[in-house]
Design a protein around this ligand. Structure first.
Ligand code: SF4
Ligand code: SF4
Length: 66
């Protein structure tokens, strides 16, 4: 499973990018995106997804539907 950034809500503040333990967040054409293949939902590193924890916009980062 992985998380995804809702582009409509993201303000491109950049807060999430340095917090990711697997370096799965990057900027593509000015938009912050999460690599679904790289994102571990922080399992093994943290109790909760760190990107969700630091993102100031509630609901901006959500789980990719299975
Ligand atoms: S859930 Fe964790 S591993 Fe996945 S993008 Fe967010 S910070 Fe990175
Ligand atoms: S912390 Fe949230 S609003 Fe800021 S760049 Fe990341 S996803 Fe977008």
């Amino acid at each position: 499973m992985a998380m995804k950034i809702n582009a409509d809500m993201c303000t491109s503040c950049g807060d999430c990018e340095p917090e990711c333990p697997t370096a799965s967040i990057s900027v593509k054409k000015g938009l912050y995106v999460i690599s679904a293949s790289g994102c571990t939902e922080c399992e093994g590193d943290y109790d909760k997804p760190q990107c969700v924890k630091v993102c100031p916009i509630k609901g901006c980062i959500t789980q990719v539907a299975a």
